[in-house]
Design a protein around this ligand. Structure first.
Ligand SMILES: [Zn+2]
Length: 352
C-alpha cells in the first residue's frame, strides 16, 4: 500500500513538472495562433462602398427595433410581462406581413421546458417560386435577460436588432418573391439554453432534411470598426465563393471568422455554437450566423436602443439582404450535400 502510494506521488510530481515546463510554450503557441487569426481577419477587405439605395423599409424597421427594446417590453424574459407584450407584438407583425402561418397554432409554437417558463416561437413562411428547392430558415431570438435582480436588461442589440431585421427582410421578400421558400422564425429562450430553436426540431415544425440553410441574426446594431461577422464559412467552405462577392462590394467590413477551434485560432472566440444556429448545426443543417463583435454593453442594462448605431444597423441589414439574395440564387443543394459528406467524416471539405 505504501509503495503504491509512493508511486502515485512520484507520477503526480512528474506530471506537475511536465505541465509547469510546457505551460509557457503552450501560452506562446496560443498567443501566436491568436495573433495570426486576428491578422487573417484584419486582412480581409474593408468597406468598399458608402452610399446605397435603401431596399428595406428603414422607418418601419427602426420602429420595430425601438418597440422591442422599449422599457415596456422590459427585456422580454420568458415568464415576465414584457415577454407577453413581445409575443403579442410578433403575432401582430407576422399577421400584418401576410406570412403563411407555419407554427403549430397559427404562427405560434408553444412549448414547455423543464424548470422554466413556457416558451413561444413564431414561425411564418414565404413560398419560393421553385417549389422543389429546400427552404432557407431565417432565425432571430426575441427573448433577452429581462428584469433580473431588480435591474432591467433591455436587450436592444441582443436581440431586438435581429428580430426587427428579420421582420424587414420578410417584408422585402413578400414584395420580391425568392426562389427558395423562406421560413422566418422569431425564437424564444435563447438566453436560457437555446430551447426555442431546439423546439423547432423537437416539435417537428422544421424537418432538417427539407432545409438548405439557416441564416441566424443575433446582435446587428453596434458599430465596432464597422465589423459584421459571417460565422460558419469554416464549417461550410462552400459558402465562401457565394459570399465573397459581397465582401468585395460592401457597406460594412464583412468578416469571415469566429468559427475556428482554439487549435487554429488561439483565443479568438469560436461562435459556431454561440446562438441558435448551433441547434441547426446539431441537426446537420448548414448555417451562417451574422453578428457584430461583443461590446461594453453586451448583457448589461445599458444595451439600450439609444446606444445603437442606427445608420450602421441599416447598412448591416442591407448587407444581410444582399447575402440572402446571393444565397437564394445559388445552388444550395450542393452546399447541403457537401455538409452531409463532412458529417459522414470526410473532413477534407473543412480545410480552406
Ligand atoms: Zn443574442
Amino acid at each position: 500500500m505504501a509503495l503504491w502510494f509512493r508511486r502515485v506521488g512520484q507520477l503526480l510530481a512528474v506530471g506537475v513538472v511536465c505541465v509547469a515546463t510546457l505551460w509557457p510554450f503552450y501560452q506562446v503557441a496560443q498567443q501566436q495562433l491568436t495573433r495570426a487569426e486576428l491578422a487573417r481577419i484584419d486582412a480581409q477587405p474593408g468597406i468598399s462602398r458608402s452610399s446605397y439605395q435603401p431596399r428595406l423599409d428603414q422607418l418601419q424597421q427602426t420602429a420595430d427595433f425601438s418597440t422591442l427594446a422599449s422599457g415596456e417590453m422590459a427585456g422580454r424574459r420568458p415568464g415576465q410581462p414584457g415577454s407577453e407584450l413581445a409575443r403579442q407584438f410578433l403575432q401582430r407583425r407576422f399577421t400584418e406581413l401576410g406570412l403563411i402561418p407555419a407554427g403549430t397554432d397559427g404562427f405560434a409554437q408553444k412549448y414547455q421546458t423543464d424548470g422554466q417558463s413556457d416558451g413561444v416561437n413564431f414561425i411564418g413562411k414565404i413560398n419560393g417560386t421553385a417549389a422543389q428547392l429546400p427552404a432557407i430558415v431565417v432565425t432571430a431570438h426575441y427573448d433577452h435577460v429581462g428584469v433580473h435582480q431588480e435591474r432591467m436588461y433591455p436587450g436592444a442589440d441582443d436581440n431586438a436588432s435581429g428580430v426587427a431585421a428579420l421582420l424587414a427582410l420578410a417584408a422585402y421578400f413578400q414584395a420580391h418573391p425568392p426562389r427558395h421558400s423562406l421560413i422566418f422564425a422569431a425564437v424564444d429562450h435563447e438566453e436560457q439554453g437555446m430551447h426555442g430553436s431546439k423546439q423547432l426540431f423537437a416539435g417537428k415544425v422544421l424537418q432538417p432534411a427539407q432545409l438548405a440553410l439557416n441564416v441566424n441574426l443575433d446582435m446587428l446594431s453596434r458599430d465596432t470598426k464597422a465589423q459584421l461577422f459571417a460565422v460558419g464559412t469554416y464549417q461550410h467552405p462552400a459558402l465562401l465563393p457565394l459570399l465573397q462577392p459581397l465582401q468585395q462590394d460592401s457597406l460594412v467590413a464583412l468578416r469571415f471568422g469566429h468559427d475556428r477551434p482554439a487549435t487554429l485560432a488561439g483565443r479568438v472566440q469560436d461562435w459556431s455554437d454561440a446562438s441558435d444556429h448551433g441547434n441547426f448545426a446539431a441537426e446537420g443543417v448548414p448555417f451562417v450566423y451574422f453578428g457584430v463583435p461583443d461590446h461594453v454593453d453586451y448583457h448589461q442594462p445599458t444595451d439600450t436602443f439609444e446606444r445603437a448605431d442606427i445608420g450602421f444597423y441599416h447598412k448591416v441589414s442591407d448587407t444581410i439582404l444582399s447575402a440572402l439574395l446571393l444565397l437564394d440564387q445559388a445552388d444550395l443543394t450542393a452546399l447541403r450535400q457537401k455538409t452531409d459528406r463532412c458529417q459522414r467524416g470526410d473532413k477534407s471539405e473543412l480545410v480552406k
